[in-house]
Design a protein around this ligand. Structure first.
Ligand code: ADP
Ligand code: ASP
Ligand code: MG
Length: 853
């Protein structure tokens, strides 16, 4: 049983694939093959518009006729012979007496033409290629099933079919020849003998009915993506292929919005025990997704999906508090209108439900009628369009603690309804459709980062869409692989220790130094203040940025001859004497509030300074590194600029620089360009500004599948904006980007312990050595340097020796099975905010540091 979707039947080459696959299946299993096809892509959309009375019907029908004639020619078929009758039938629907009133039976007949045309063309083409293919009308085999309480629309245009048949039906089907048959998806026979439709995307379900009725070996859904993914791959390129699913999870993913499989297609196969597969017509060799009853159950989030066009109906009781029968009253009215309710939220006086546009006709007429009816028993409010965003996976309830980042992401949107399914398979958030834009990639990343989506489980999670489409990006091997011998030797001198590779540091510095649009570069020394590193960075032409008196003192100790003009002082909530000390050193001071000027006028009078602004928004890899917006302590809100300027003028203070730094680990290269544009606009108002400082925040690819930051795209964005405001010097303040990848932590395994199924590898490095995992849930690769030639095939949590549950360097990491105490372990990309944040908690000593030339 093979089903091919719209894009799989719209090109000649795809039909060659269809023919080849069908023949292969027939030969392999000496079996009958039934091929179900959709309409050519876009055709059902066009027919739906005509059915709804939108646009010029005859122009639309002529365009469709022409499209099929052209395609017939592309297939080297004679259009008149093959399509003459079908196109006549299509045109006849426009002169049909029902055309004006457009009743549902007429609409069904019109919609059916897409599949009838495509299957007719396909059968003729496959026959012409010498394949022994027959054609049959699906309506002769699939009968619509009348369901209780269905409204007229659903009984005709969103039908289910009878899914059990007697032997006579089977014998009749088996008597057809030849062995390979082509038929239509999407259409069935109504009890009145006319056409019924299975609903948008319903061809999958046609295939499933046929597969179940015929006890097929397998139902294969051939489409334009190589399987079901953890999210719509077109919206989330990092979505991972789900290689194996059980029916329940597949059902949940399909129901909650993954268009790749029609939600009603799973039950027939599940009941009949027929396995399903989702495969890609363009990449037929990829294994795709298998769905069956035997897939191992892995707890965790498997997918995130989104449904648009969701309608929320909020009903406020106008009667008594907790009035008996209120729910019965309102639901009775939904039943009366034949509307099926999806999600439900309730309180003592309010019940809010959602209507899914896939299951209901929810146009303005239907909603007006429903509202009028409901108004008799409650106060009604309709909220639309909404988007329902659903996390799907087994054991959602026990995952809540891992979802803090997900909650944080939603924290910025208005959530109308949260619903947790009683089968513990999904958690759904309903928000305004406009707010859902761009949210899925963020949520998907948060699910992986938090460990809620266990992507390391290779039994379920395959490659990402990005990897499939672009191939595996070859990333330069990290420096520590080449220098393994030296590192093992250094570890002899004691662990834990940080080791820094200067060539890597220089390479990063030079990449930024080459960006012409940038006039001034300041390294934020808080990331790593090692003297050798500071000197190397200054040698590459960078200035230094300090945030405390201690950092300033350190800079002038390490580099006594540094020009103070090359040093910035950008503190946060520092005491008065630190500002005074910084002015005394002659460095550039940045202020970010009015109160400092008001309280300490003598410190600032007659000085020049830079002003740090809060542009009203923030960004970054974790909530704790977002440094803009109301919730952040940094920066003067932009609307207060004028008040600050007045205060500054009164003290004869000159604002020569504007600065904004909104967060860290920001992925969009456009971010800095936008910051620059905002600052330039404000600087124009002030008239005294010479320099715009757009901060740092450049990301580092900590994870193996992360994309390295696109410095070129960033540079060209800046060049464009610089050209628009050439009068300002452009300054940046990178920290992490320069030093993260040059540093590693060397540690020794202390103990390897297996506790109730969880294996833990303990290190002598922990949260006191490298705080980022505990502080930000940061991800750092962990390797067993002593056993680099052994395969890393055993899962373990990597923990430190501190008496804190949070002392975890990494969870569910793959390490060699033979890992034992004494092995030298390496934690990668630890050069930024590593040693700088190390501490002596539990009275464990600070780590050692080495620099490799
Ligand atoms: P066909 O015409 O072959 O039936 P559809 O357009 O109905 O194809 O379904 C395939 C599309 O489903 C993909 O192109 C993809 O954009 C979308 N899709 C949405 N969610 C998912 C998901 N989780 N996994 C795979 N595809 C998805
Ligand atoms: N052609 C129909 C649609 O686009 C059915 C399908 O392709 O599954 O909705
Ligand atoms: Mg489809």
């Amino acid at each position: 049983m093979l089903k091919f979707g719209g894009t799989s039947v719209s090109e000649r080459a795809r039909w060659d694939t269809i023919g080849r696959l069908a023949q292969q299946r027939a030969d392999e299993h000496a079996a009958r093959v039934l091929v179900v096809v959709s309409a050519l892509s876009g055709v059902t959309n066009a027919l739906t518009a005509v059915a709804a009375g939108e646009g010029d019907a005859s122009a639309a029908i002529e365009a469709l006729a022409q499209r099929h004639v052209d395609f017939a020619r592309e297939l080297d078929l004679d259009p008149d012979t093959v399509l003459g009758e079908r196109i006549a039938r299509l045109r006849a629907l426009l002169v049909d007496p029902r055309f004006e009133a457009r009743p549902y039976d007429w609409q069904a007949e019109l919609l059916a033409q897409g599949e009838l045309l495509s299957s007719t063309l396909g059968a003729a083409y496959l026959g012409a290629q010498g394949l022994d293919f027959g054609w049959c009308d699906a309506r002769d085999w699939l009968d619509a099933l009348a369901m209780p309480n269905q409204n007229a629309w659903a009984t005709r245009l969103s039908v289910n079919c009878i899914d059990a048949r007697d032997d006579a039906w089977r014998r009749r089907f088996a008597s057809q020849s030849p062995r390979m048959l082509l038929t239509q998806g999407f259409i069935a026979r109504h009890a009145d003998g006319r056409t019924a439709i299975l609903g948008r995307g319903g061809s999958d379900t046609s295939a499933a009915y046929f597969g179940a009725l015929l006890s097929a070996r397998r139902v294969e859904i051939w489409t334009d993506v190589p399987g079901m993914f953890t999210a719509n791959p077109r919206e989330v390129p990092d979505a991972r292929l789900l290689t194996r699913l059980d029916y329940s999870e597949a059902q949940e993913i399909a129901t909650t919005g993954a268009r790749v499989l029609h939600p009603r297609s799973i039950k027939p196969c599940r009941d009949a025990g027929v396995p399903m597969a989702i495969l890609d017509t363009q990449r037929p060799d990829l294994p795709g997704t298998s769905i069956d009853g035997e897939a191992a159950t892995v707890p965790g989030v498997k997918a995130i999906s989104r449904r648009d066009g969701v309608v929320l109906v909020s009903m406020e009781s106008i009667g008594m508090w907790q009035q008996v029968g209120f729910l019965a009253d309102v639901f009775e009215r939904f039943r009366r209108h034949g509307l099926s309710v999806d999600l439900i939220g309730s309180s003592e006086t309010n019940v809010t439900v959602s209507l899914d546009p896939g299951e209901n006709l929810v146009n303005t007429d239907v909603l007006a009628e429903l509202s009028a009816d409901l108004a008799q028993v409650c106060k009604v409010k309709v909220i639309t369009p909404c988007a329902a965003i659903t996390l799907v996976g087994r054991g959602m309830r026990s995952l809540l603690h891992k979802l803090s980042e997900v909650w944080a992401t939603f924290g910025q949107e208005r959530v109308h309804l949260i619903s947790q399914s009683s089968n513990d398979l999904n958690l759904t958030f309903v928000i305004d459709e406009a707010d859902a834009e761009g949210l899925l990639p963020e949520l998907h990343a948060a699910l992986i980062d938090s460990g809620a989506m266990p992507v390391q489980d290779a039994g379920v999670f395959g490659p990402s869409w990005r990897q499939i489409v672009h191939g595996h990006r070859v990333r330069e091997a990290p420096w520590w692989m080449r220098r393994r011998g030296e590192l093992l030797e250094l570890a002899q001198a004691g662990t834990p220790r940080y080791v820094y590779d200067l060539p890597t540091l220089r390479a990063r510095a030079r990449a930024l130094a080459a960006v012409e649009a940038v006039d001034r570069r300041f390294y934020a020394i808080k990331a790593n203040a090692h003297p050798v590193l500071l000197r190397a960075i200054v040698d590459e032409g960078f200035g230094l940025e300090c945030v405390s008196r201690g950092e300033l003192d350190h800079v002038f100790d390490v580099l006594p001859r540094i020009d103070p003009a090359q040093v910035l002082f950008t503190p946060s909530f520092a005491p008065r004497n630190e500002y005074a000390g910084a002015f005394a050193r002659g460095v550039t001071v940045t202020v970010d509030n009015i109160e400092a000027l008001q309280r300490w006028p003598d410190v600032f009078r007659g000085r020049s300074l830079w002003l740090r602004l809060d542009l009203g928004r923030g960004d970054g890899h974790h909530a704790k590194v977002v440094t803009g917006g109301v919730a952040s302590k940094f920066g003067l809100p932009a609307p207060e600029l004028e008040r600050f300027a007045q205060c500054a003028r009164a003290l004869d203070v000159r604002i020569t620089g504007l600065h904004a730094h909104l967060g860290s680990g920001i992925l969009a290269p456009s971010h800095w360009r936008e910051v620059h544009a905002d600052l330039a606009g404000l600087a124009d108002d002030l008239g005294t500004v010479e320099t715009l400082d757009i901060g740092g925040g450049l990301p580092v690819p900590y994870k193996p599948d992360a994309e390295p930051f696109d410095v070129d795209a960033w540079a060209s964005g800046l060049a464009g904006i610089k050209a628009a405001w050439p009068r300002y010097r452009l300054a940046i303040e990178p920290g992490r980007f320069l030093v993260a990848e040059c540093g590693v932590v060397l540690a020794r395994a202390t103990q390897v312990v297996e506790k109730q199924g969880v294996r833990r590898v303990g290190l002598d490095a922990g949260m006191h050595t490298l705080m980022r995992p505990a502080l930000y849930d940061a991800w750092h690769a962990v390797h067993n340097l002593s056993r680099s030639d052994e395969t890393a095939d055993t899962r373990a949590d990597v923990v430190g020796p501190i008496c804190e549950s949070g002392d975890v360097i990494g969870t569910a990491r793959m390490l060699p099975a033979g890992t034992v105490d004494g092995d030298v372990m390496l934690v990668a990309d630890a050069g930024a905010y590593g040693f700088a944040m190390a501490n002596t908690y539990n009275l464990r000593p600070l780590p050692q540091q080495d620099v490799l030339e």
